[in-house]
Write a protein of this length. Structure first.
Length: 289
C-alpha cells in the first residue's frame, strides 16, 4: 500500500519533530513544521543545517539531496496556518492533555478521513489520544521515531484499539519511504521500546543513588560489558531526564504497578533543572560549544 503523502505536517520543532521533518524531506516529501515556542523554529533550522551537512560530509546523502531537503521544509508558528497537509505527525511534549487538545483541533481542521493523524508519543496510549478525535479515531496511529532520528533505523508502529488497518499499512509504507524499519507493537503503556528501556535507565539511577557505583562506572560497565553504544545514564541525558520521568509515570499509571515509579534521584535532578544535554547539565555537564 502507498502512503500517499505529498505534504507532511509536523507538530513540534524539537529534537524529535525536527528529526522527523528532516528524514521526510530527505525522502522527497514537502514538510510544514508547526511550533509556537519562541526561538524553536530558528533552533530547528540550525539543527537541520548542521545535521544535513554532517550527513553530506559523511557521504550518507549528497549535498544536492541535503540542499533540496532544506528547501522542502517550511515553518509556521500558529496551528491554524498548518494547512494543506495530507498527513500529520505530532511530536510535542509527553503530556496527554496537551496531545488530546491538539488532536481534537486537528480533527476539526482536517475533516478528510484520509488525513492520518499520527503521534510520535513514546509511551502514552494511542487509544486514549484517539478519543479526542471522536468519530474519526480510526485514523489515529502511533508512529514512534527514535533519537537521533536521522541515524536511528526504527519506527515503532502502534495501532490503537480503533485504528484502521489502512492507517497502519500506510504508516508502515511512510516509515519505509523515510528509510526506516517499521515494527509493530500493541498499545500498552510504553509499547515495547520504553517498557524495556526505561526501567533499565531507572535502575541505573537507583544504583547511582544507592552508591553502588559512580555514573562513569555505571555507564562504562554497561558499555563495555553489554556492548551498549552509550551507557544508560548518558542515554538518559540524551533523551532528557524530564522525559524519562514522564515515561516512568506513564508506565506506573498505565501498567498499574509501583515497580515502575521514577527513582527519587532522577526526579530530584529534574526539579533542580538538570534535564540533560538540552539544559547543559543532567547526570553529566555539557558546556555550551
Ligand atoms: N544528524 C547527523 N549526524 C549526527 C546526528 C544527527 N542528528 N547526531 C549525531 N551525529 C553524528 C555526530 O556528529 C558524530 O559525527 P562525527 O563522527 O563526525 O563526530 C556521529 O554522528 C556520532 O558518531 P559516534 O562515533 O559518536 O557514534 P556512532 O555513529 O557510533 O553512533 C549513535 C551514534 C547512533 C547516536 C549511538 O551513540 C547510539 O546508538 N546511541 C544510542 C541511541 C539510542 O539509544 N537512542 C534511542 C533513545 S530512546 C528514544 O529515542 C525513544 C524514546 O521514546 C525516549
Amino acid at each position: 500500500m502507498s502512503h500517499g503523502v505529498k505534504t507532511l505536517g509536523v507538530l513540534g520543532a524539537g529534537q524529535m519533530g525536527g528529526g522527523i521533518a528532516q528524514v521526510a524531506a530527505v525522502a522527497g516529501i514537502t514538510v510544514k513544521v508547526f511550533d509556537s515556542f519562541p526561538g524553536a523554529i530558528d533552533k530547528c533550522k540550525g539543527v537541520h543545517k548542521k545535521s544535513l551537512s554532517k550527513l553530506a560530509e559523511k557521504a550518507v546523502i549528497t549535498q544536492e539531496v541535503a540542499d533540496a531537503a532544506i528547501g522542502r521544509i517550511s515553518f509556521v508558528d500558529k496551528l491554524e496556518n498548518l494547512t494543506g497537509c495530507d498527513w500529520i505527525v505530532e511530536a510535542v511534549v509527553e503530556d496527554v492533555k496537551v496531545k488530546k487538545d491538539l488532536f481534537s483541533r486537528l480533527a476539526a481542521m482536517y475533516p478528510d478521513e484520509n488525513v492520518v493523524l499520527a503521534s510520535n508519543t513514546s509511551s502514552i496510549s494511542i487509544t486514549d489520544i484517539a478519543t479526542a478525535c471522536g468519530k474519526s479515531a480510526s485514523r489515529v496511529v502511533g508512529m514512534h521515531f527514535f533519537n537521533p532520528v536521522p541515524l536511528m533505523k526504527l519506527v515503532e508502529v502502534i495501532p490503537g484499539l480503533q485504528t484502521s488497518p489502512a492507517a497502519v499499512e500506510r504508516t508502515i509504507a511512510l516509515a519505509t519511504a523515510c528509510g526506516k524499519t517499521p515494527l509493530k507493537a500493541n498499545d500498552r503503556a510504553g509499547f515495547i521500546s520504553n517498557r524495556v528501556l526505561m526501567p533499565m535507565i531507572n535502575e541505573a539511577f537507583y544504583a547511582w543513588m544507592e552508591g553502588v557505583a559512580e555514573p562513569q562506572a555505571i555507564d562504562g560497565i554497561m558499555k563495555l560489558g553489554c556492548n551498549f553504544p552509550m551507557g544508560p545514564l548518558t542515554l538518559a541525558d540524551f533523551i532528557g531526564l524530564d522525559t524519562c520521568v514522564n515515561i516512568m509515570d506513564v508506565l506506573a499509571e498505565g501498567l498499574n504497578n509501583g515497580r515502575y515509579r521514577a527513582c527519587p534521584l532522577l526526579k530530584q535532578l529534574v526539579v533542580a533543572g538538570r534535564m540533560g544535554v538540552k539544559s547543559g547539565r543532567g547526570v553529566y555537564e555539557y558546556p555550551a560549544k
